[in-house]
Ligand binder design. Structure first.
Ligand code: NAD
Length: 297
């Protein structure tokens, strides 16, 4: 392996510790403790693990968190009524509705019901619009974490060619907007893109967020590229075990890239750390407190 390994766990640990210090200072100065409400419908095992991890991380940072675990049969009206109550609750600064939702519930109606200033996932159309128009909103956690890793690696991104593979509203699209805001030259690929290797050959920065295991081969990369692998797919391994793989063929890519994130241990830990950053930002804005100068998130 010739590429530098981008250690998302270490970067996320640093960010979490900075946030914990800011939370402690905020509580000491104002008595305000940032509060996050997480809503989970049903018993989906992966969602339950994600929610538990988010609650643990919030509490470890000194924030207050409440999990609302509702049955899978909960009606849309009941869920919207809970969101209304949380929107009006001054001790709650962030509201997160864990996806996916059961089929009887409209994802867009639910995401739009969350007050934009408490939308710590950054999925509300108001926040998506602010990101697209250059305004100050709340940025989705995974792309925010990717940008932090890229900037730590490369510094100023102006004029660099960045390829985002995948354009979902959760990862690819906001990632593209963030890179445009950093004055990158932007390429975006999706499932209908014809010649992915031709785009990869031009890209100084690659963000792979397609959910297509080992889609990107090292042979297609521009030598020295910075590669951020967002994809996570669990594949069957030997003897009934399973293994997690990303959207990049790590072994071949690590021989060509300048720097690369592993899966797991790259982007995933940054997503949760950025959720904490967004909750603290939402709290400061709702309470009318200034942002600390030293941290951009
Ligand atoms: P999605 O299914 O909503 O969107 C996938 C996007 O990739 C679409 O735009 C699609 O057109 C594109 N795509 C699919 N196959 C492609 C191909 N062969 N070539 C080019 N483009 C292709 O998925 P999502 O929610 O954006 O998530 C993408 C991946 O990122 C998944 O593996 C998901 O598990 C992972 N993810 C990881 C984190 C994290 O914290 N690490 C967070 C969110 C999502």
């Amino acid at each position: 392996m010739t590429a530098r390994l981008i250690d998302g766990r270490a970067r996320a640990a640093r960010l979490r510790s900075e946030i914990a210090q800011e939370v402690a200072a905020l509580a000491a100065a104002t008595g305000t403790v940032p509060g996050l409400a997480v809503i989970l419908l049903g018993e989906d095992p992966a969602s339950s693990v994600y929610v538990a991890a988010k609650i643990r991380a919030t509490e470890a940072a000194g924030m207050h968190s409440v999990a609302h675990r509702l049955p899978a049969e909960t009606s849309e009206a009941e869920l919207l009524a809970l969101i209304d109550r949380l929107n009006a609750d001054p001790s709650v600064h962030g509201i997160l509705v864990q996806l996916p939702l059961p089929p009887q519930i409209s994802r867009s109606r639910v995401l739009e019901a969350v007050a934009p200033e408490k939308d710590v996932d950054g999925f509300h159309p108001v926040n998506a619009g602010r990101l697209a128009s250059g305004g100050e909103g709340i940025v989705p956690c995974t792309p925010m974490g990717c940008l932090m890793l890229i900037e730590e690696e490369l510094g100023d991104l102006r004029g660099k060619t960045a390829l985002v593979i995948g354009c979902s509203p959760i990862v690819g699209r906001p990632m593209a907007q963030l890179l445009l805001r950093r004055d990158c030259t932007l390429l975006v690929a999706h499932r209908h893109t014809g010649d992915l290797p031709a785009l990869l050959r031009q890209a100084d920065i690659v963000i792979a967020a397609a959910g297509a295991p080992e889609l990107v081969s090292g042979a297609w990369l521009k030598p020295g590229a910075t590669v951020i692998d967002v994809g996570i797919t669990r594949l069957p391994g030997p003897d009934g075990t399973t293994r997690l793989v990303g959207d990049v063929d790590f072994a071949s890519a690590a021989e060509v890239a300048g720097a690369i994130t592993p899966v797991p241990g790259g982007v995933g830990p940054m997503t949760i750390a950025c959720l904490l950053a967004n909750t603290l930002t939402a709290c400061r804005r709702l309470e009318g407190l200034p942002a600390p100068a030293q941290r951009a998130a």
